[in-house]
Write a protein that binds this ligand. Structure first.
Ligand SMILES: Cc1ncc(COP(=O)(O)O)c(C=O)c1O
Length: 455
């Protein structure tokens, strides 16, 4: 069996190109024998009643401990840079030093940033609900009004595969999701532009532009430039939710650069159409970080007018703790290198198991799977042969390895090819990853062979 060749395309969305095996395919009898052998192995693993988990992309305790100096860092000094007391009410836009930091992180000015609580997802939910019910510029611009006037539903463009919690926001608010295929450069922009031209009820779009969850794609400069032009097609009330959750989460030296959508949008006169979003959830403490957004000043004022109804202000003590700890971008990048030192061996272990277990193996001339080799972020995306993802997830669950449910990377959990499985190696230990991946590989082979035999 020949080693696989990694063809490295331009933008960091690396899929292994599986070379056909030099060995001839197994004949029917050999396939049967191999299936039997794998079934025996499978039953033996089931009997061990393992409990392994490759589901959610959350940091492990070792990563969280990198930021434990947050605890007690204020040492009784609660004064912000402008002299205000962080312990008190108010400050809906965030404390000045946190807005400065967020501006550097997202690539804009402090006046165009807002810093909030512990969750960027919550910010996104608030942006969408506020636009839906209260309008992006007052009640007359509420998406819901436009929908009822047109007798239709509000729609969002959803590059897919994508982040399941984005899709959950749409589903919970009865926003219709339109899946848009991802390419190695980002979403299919021809399709996006055509859809926007045809349907004025498309009011939003989700994007994870760097090390996308789950396929690791980094949007190309050309895609970002076209994104910045979408507001001119879609109109004043359209919003791109530019969720840059993994902006600094590199796994390689010389990481790819993402073009600055805020600068490009300003030049295109479409800054109102974009919200750039980030958080320190996978930088400091995942459940106790700070989240930030950047957009036009008018957008932030309009959002703040809504947020102030729900809260008198964010947790500014936590914002201050973060600023005393993180200080500036060079400091943050140093911390991210420490994260990388923990994460990279985990990704390597996962990829090595895929390489050694599946690369070059075929059944009836077809590769058993393909997978991404990301340059950053939290996920590896695996594609089974068509129609097998749900079977593989079920098999691995039976053998004690939890995987993200098949389909969850697509709107309405409908993966059209039933191939996508998202693998998240950050949380389990190296030993657990190796053990889980051996089982995964076995289940992929078993499912592929059993299907081939049944055909
Ligand atoms: C793309 C993306 N956005 C947002 C989040 C959640 O971020 P936060 O913890 O800031 O709400 C995640 C978490 O996995 C994510 O993958």
């Amino acid at each position: 069996m020949r080693a696989p060749v990694r063809r490295l395309p331009a933008r960091g969305h690396y899929r292994l190109a599986i070379q056909p095996s030099e060995e001839p395919d197994l004949n029917q009898q050999q396939l049967q024998a191999r299936a039997q052998e794998l079934r025996h192995q499978y039953d033996a693993v089931c009997a061990q009643k393992l409990n392994l988990d490759l589901t959610r992309g959350k940091p492990c305790s070792e990563q969280l401990a990198l930021s434990d100096a947050l605890d007690g860092i204020l040492a009784g000094d609660y004064r912000c840079a402008d002299g205000s007391d962080s312990r008190n009410y108010g400050g809906i836009m965030g404390i000045p030093e946190a807005r400065r930091f967020a501006a550097d992180y997202l690539g804009t000015t402090p006046a165009r940033t807002m810093v909030g609580g512990n969750s960027s997802l919550q910010f996104m939910y608030q942006i969408v609900t506020s636009a839906l019910y209260h309008g992006v510029r007052g009640a007359a611009s509420a998406w819901s009004r436009e929908a009822s006037a047109a007798g239709g539903r509000i729609k969002f463009l959803c590059p897919a595969p994508g982040y399941d919690r984005h899709f959950a926001i749409c589903e919970s608010l009865d926003i219709e999701m339109i899946p848009v295929a991802m390419t190695r450069e980002g979403p299919d922009m021809d399709l996006i532009e055509a859809l926007l031209k045809a349907d004025p009820l498309i009011k939003g779009m989700w994007c994870v532009p760097k090390y996308a969850n789950p396929d690791g794609v980094v949007y190309s400069d050309a895609v970002v430039a076209r994104m910045a032009g979408l507001g001119r097609i879609a109109g004043a009330n359209f919003r791109i939710l530019w969720d840059n959750a993994y902006a600094e989460h590199h796994l390689v030296d010389n990481p790819p650069e993402l073009a600055n959508i805020l600068t490009l949008s300003e030049a295109a006169g479409t800054l109102d159409n974009v919200y750039a979003i980030g958080s320190t959830s996978k930088i400091t403490h995942a459940g106790a970080g700070i989240a930030f957004i950047a957009s036009s000043e008018a957008n932030l004022t309009s959002l703040a007018d809504q947020l102030i109804i729900a809260t008198i202000g964010p947790d500014k003590v936590n914002q201050l703790r973060h600023m005393r700890f993180l200080k500036d971008m060079p400091m943050l990048r140093g911390l991210m290198q420490q994260h990388r030192a923990i994460l990279q061996p985990k990704f390597e272990s996962l990829l090595n198991e895929l390489d050694s277990g599946l690369a070059g193996k075929t059944v009836n001339g077809k590769a058993l799977g393909k997978w991404t080799v990301p340059q950053g972020g939290y996920f590896v995306l695996f594609d089974t042969q068509p129609g097998l993802a749900d079977i593989v997830v079920k098999l691995t669950a039976g053998a004690g390895v939890k995987l993200t449910p098949a389909g969850s990377t697509y709107p309405y959990r409908k993966d059209p090819g039933n191939t996508n499985i998202r693998l998240a190696p950050s949380f389990p230990s190296l030993q657990e990853i190796a053990a889980a991946m051996k089982i995964f590989v076995m289940c992929v082979e078993l499912a592929s062979i059993e299907r081939a035999l049944a055909q």
